[in-house]
Design a protein around this ligand. Structure first.
Ligand code: IMP
Length: 213
């Protein structure tokens, strides 16, 4: 970089979630070119059937690394609600489709929120956290990065931005839910942003060389 040439570092994010790609690209801006799976022609479902965020993140990253043989990372996130013993946790994506009650008639995110609000009716302890684990594969090396945001589950949905559980999650110290924040504000505090920042700091340190394009 010191010679005035600018190399864009390429890395694969093992996801087909365009929302997450946008979030991560908005944080990395000019320093990394992040490829999602669909632009690489990999559009099959990636298995994630383990019981922890860490195992799932590695399962996804390994799957993509086996297919493409290029440096990549994958993330897995869960909403962990204290009063529910850490649920929905690793099952956050499909909470409304499992156990009871189930809401098969509702769109999945709406059903997930409905289920949490239902289970939290009358519950005093509203403490919750979002936790993201990123698994990174660089050649023979494996690394993990974790981001956590503490907050609480409110009693009614607020806000229209974001996705998933954003309308019912109020980060500590904020009077806005994630769904009332714009992306830039969410990125200042979010679990994924924290984990990505750790990943970026690591990749930008001098010790690692990955494919330059
Ligand atoms: P994933 O592992 O990032 O796909 O996250 C699993 C599930 O957690 C998603 O389907 C969402 O329901 C929820 N989730 C993850 N990140 C967020 C977020 O930033 N806001 C709200 N919900 C999220």
């Amino acid at each position: 970089m010191g010679n005035g040439l600018f190399f864009m570092t390429e890395i694969i994010f093992a996801t087909n979630n365009q929302h997450k790609l946008l979030e991560i690209r908005s944080m990395l801006e000019n320093s990394f070119r992040v490829h999602g799976l669909s632009e690489l022609g990999l559009d099959e479902d990636i298995p994630e059937d383990h019981e922890t965020l860490e195992e799932n993140a590695f399962q996804k990253a390994e799957f993509v690394y086996d297919k493409l043989g290029r440096s990549c990372f994958a993330d897995d996130t869960g909403l962990e609600i204290e009063a529910l013993g850490g649920a929905p946790g690793v099952y956050s994506a499909r909470y409304s489709r499992m156990g009871s009650p189930v809401y098969p008639e509702m769109e999945v995110a709406a059903g997930n929120i409905r289920k949490v609000l239902e289970k939290m009716k009358g519950v005093q302890n509203r403490t919750a956290r979002f936790r993201t684990v990123i698994a990174l594969i660089l050649g023979d090396n494996r690394y993990t990065f974790e981001g956590v945001v503490e907050g609480s589950i409110i009693t009614e949905q607020r806000g229209a931005d974001g996705f998933g559980y954003d309308p019912i999650f109020l980060p500590h110290g904020s009077d806005k839910t994630f769904a009332e924040m714009d992306l830039a504000d969410k990125n200042l505090v979010s679990h994924r942003a924290m984990a990505v920042q750790k990943l970026v700091n690591f990749l930008q340190s001098d010790h690692h060389s990955i494919k330059k394009g």
